[in-house]
Design a protein around this ligand. Structure first.
Ligand SMILES: Cc1cc2nc3c(=O)[nH]c(=O)nc-3n(C[C@H](O)[C@H](O)[C@H](O)COP(=O)(O)OP(=O)(O)OC[C@H]3O[C@@H](n4cnc5c(N)ncnc54)[C@H](O)[C@@H]3O)c2cc1C
Length: 477
C-alpha cells in the first residue's frame, strides 16, 4: 500500500501530527510498534501543561511550549479530554532559591509568558496552606494546567482516525529506505510505501534516523519514578507545586492529576537501556523525601501505584524538529522531552507549517470534524441523566469496576471506538477500569471476558499489553 504520509510512532507527538494531517486531502498512516497508542513517554509522565518559563529563551522548546500551553484548552475541549488550568508554583525555601525563582520569572518574560508573578510567603500560603512552613516564596504561573497525557494521545489519534487516518499497530519499523519517489518502510510482517515520512519514534527516533544514515543526533533515556495516591488526598494541593530546578530537570513535584488523584515525582536518572521501566526502592525513597520538602506528612498508605516514565533526552538540548539533511521528504520530530506534552499542539502546527512550506499540504478537507465526544460516564452524571442513559442502554447500569464505578457500557465503548482498546491496559487507559484502589483485582476477569466477547477471541488470547502478555495461561477446572 502507498500513502502520501507515514508517521512513525503513536505517542502524543505522532498522534497530534496525525490529527493535524487529517485536515488535508491526503492518505496518512501511523505506524506504531506496540499494541496500542501512548505506550512510550506519553503514557507515564507528570501531565503538566507547563506555562513556558523553564526553557532557555530562543529555543524551540521555549517557543512551542508557550504556544502549546495557549492552544491546549481548546484542543482538550475539542477532544473531550480531562484538562484543568490549575496554575503552577515554583517554591523557594531559602534566599538562594528565591534568586532562582527571580531568574525563572525573567526567563518566562523573555519567552513571552504573559501571566507570571513572584509571590511572597503570605500570598503563597493563601494559595497553598499545606506547604511546608519552610517555604519563603514562589513563582506563580496561573496559565499552567494539568491534562491526562494518555487520554490526550488516545483522543488525538481517535479523532485523526475518525477523519480518515489509518493506524497500524504492532508495526515496529525495522527498515526505512528512500527509493526516490517514496520511502519503503518495513516491519517484520509488512511493508508500506509513503512519499513523506515523519519520524516521531520517541526514544527510538535516533535509531529510525540512523536507518537512512542520519546520525546527527542521539537520544538517551532518563528515568523518572512516581507515586500515585488515591483520590481521597487529591486536593492536598490545588496548584502544581515544583521546587527550584536543577541541571537534571524541574525537580520533584507534588500535583493533583486531571483525574483528581495526587502525584509525586519524578526522579531523574540517566540510564542506558531504553526499555528499563522498572521502579526502584532507592529511587522511590529519594523521591518521597524530596516531595516531603514541599508538602510534609503525605500519607504513604494512600499510594495506589508506583510507575516509571522514560524521558527521551536528545544530544542537542532542544527539540529536534527538522527535515533530514540528506532525505528532505523525511521530517524528524525527535528529542521531544519535557515540555513535549504541553507543546504537542504547537509541535503539530509547526510540522504542518513545514509540510506546507514543502508544498505537500495543498487541499484542506472541508468535512474535517475536530470534535470527539467523550465516552458517556454514568458515574459522573446527575441522577436524571444517568437513569435515562441506563433506560436507553442497560449496559451503562452494570458496574464492572467498583473502585472507579465504570460500567460495562463504557468498557464496550472503549473496545469499539477509535482507536479500539485491544487489551486490558488499553481499556484501563480509556475508561479507568482497573485504575482505582484495588488496581484491577476485582474487575480484571470481567474486563477480560468483555474483551474476549467483543474481539471474538478466546479468553486465553486476551492480553494485558499485546502479544506475550496473555492474562490466562490455561483452564483450571
Ligand atoms: C518522567 C517524565 C515526566 C514528564 N513530564 C512532562 C510534563 O509534565 N509535561 C510535559 O509537557 N512533558 C512531560 N514529559 C515529556 C512528555 O512525556 C514527552 O515530551 C512526550 O510524551 C513525547 O511524546 P512522543 O510522542 O514524542 O514520544 P513517545 O510517547 O515515546 O512516543 C513514541 C512512540 O513511537 C513508538 N516507536 C518507537 N520506535 C518505533 C518503531 N521503530 N516503529 C514504530 N513505532 C515506534 C513507541 O512505541 C511510542 O509509542 C515528561 C516525560 C517523562 C518521561
Amino acid at each position: 500500500m502507498r500513502y502520501d504520509i507515514a508517521v512513525i510512532g503513536a505517542g502524543v507527538t505522532g498522534s497530534m501530527i496525525a490529527r493535524e494531517l487529517a485536515k488535508y486531502n491526503l492518505s496518512v498512516v501511523v505506524l506504531e510498534k506496540e499494541n496500542d497508542v501512548a505506550m512510550g513517554s506519553s503514557k507515564a509522565n507528570s501531565g503538566i501543561v507547563h506555562a513556558g518559563y523553564d526553557a532557555r529563551p530562543g529555543t524551540l522548546k521555549a517557543r512551542l511550549n508557550v504556544a502549546g500551553c495557549a492552544m491546549m484548552p481548546k484542543v482538550a475541549s475539542e477532544l473531550g479530554v480531562p484538562y484543568r488550568q490549575n496554575g503552577s508554583l515554583v517554591v523557594a525555601f531559602c534566599d538562594e532559591e528565591m534568586a532562582a525563582v527571580q531568574e525563572l520569572y525573567a526567563r518566562g518574560r523573555l519567552n513571552g509568558v504573559e501571566h507570571l508573578y513572584v509571590l511572597g510567603r503570605e500570598q503563597l500560603f493563601s494559595l497553598e496552606p499545606h506547604l511546608s512552613p519552610a517555604a519563603v516564596g514562589a513563582l506563580y504561573a496561573p496559565d499552567a494546567g494539568i491534562v491526562c497525557p494518555y487520554s490526550l494521545t488516545i483522543a488525538a489519534m481517535g479523532n485523526a482516525m475518525d477523519n480518515g487516518v489509518e493506524l497500524k499497530r504492532n508495526f515496529p519499523v525495522m527498515s526505512l529506505a528512500d527509493r526516490g519517489a517514496s520511502f519503503e518502510i518495513s516491519s517484520p510482517g509488512e511493508t508500506v510505501e509513503a512519499a513523506f515520512v515523519i519520524n516521531a519514534a520517541g526514544l527510538y527516533a535516533d535509531r529510525v534516523a540512523a536507518m537512512v544514515g542520519d546520525g546527527f543526533f542521539t537520544i538517551r533515556p532518563r528515568r523518572g519514578e512516581y507515586y500515585l495516591f488515591d483520590r481521597s488526598i487529591g486536593n492536598v494541593v490545588r496548584q502544581t507545586v515544583f521546587q527550584a530546578p536543577t541541571a537534571m530537570g524541574k525537580g520533584v513535584l507534588v500535583t493533583p492529576t486531571a483525574h483528581g488523584n495526587l502525584l509525586i515525582g519524578p526522579t531523574a536518572e540517566d540510564i542506558d537501556d531504553k526499555e528499563d521501566k522498572k521502579t526502584t526502592a532507592a529511587g522511590l525513597e529519594k523521591m518521597t523525601l524530596a516531595a516531603a520538602k514541599s508538602v510534609p506528612g503525605l500519607p504513604l498508605n494512600g499510594v495506589i501505584t508506583a510507575f516509571t516514565g522514560l524521558r527521551a533526552v536528545g544530544s542537542t538540548g532542544d527539540f529536534i524538529i527538522t527535515q533530514s539533511p540528506t532525505h528532505p521528504r523525511l521530517i524528524h520530530a525527535a528529542a521531544i522531552e519535557s515540555p513535549g506534552l504541553a507543546s504537542s499542539p504547537a509541535i503539530a502546527a509547526y510540522v504542518e507549517a513545514m509540510l506546507q512550506g514543502m508544498g505537500v499540504l495543498t487541499h484542506k478537507r472541508r468535512e474535517f470534524n475536530p470534535y470527539r465526544a467523550p465516552i458517556p460516564c454514568p458515574g459522573k452524571m446527575g441522577e436524571d441523566e444517568r437513569y435515562s442513559l441506563i433506560a436507553h442502554d442497560p449496559a451503562y447500569g452494570r458496574i464492572v469496576c467498583r473502585c472507579e464505578e465504570i460500567s460495562e457500557g463504557e468498557i464496550r465503548d472503549a473496545i469499539r471506538r477509535n482507536p479500539p482498546a485491544a487489551d486490558t491496559d488499553g481499556v484501563k487507559r480509556r475508561v479507568r477500569a482497573g485504575m482505582g484502589r484495588c488496581q484491577g483485582g476485582f474487575c480484571l476477569p470481567l474486563v477480560t471476558e468483555l474483551l474476549s466477547a467483543e474481539l471474538g477471541i478466546p479468553m486465553d488470547q486476551v492480553t494485558k499489553r499485546g502479544p506475550g502478555s496473555e492474562i490466562l495461561s490455561g483452564p483450571v477446572k
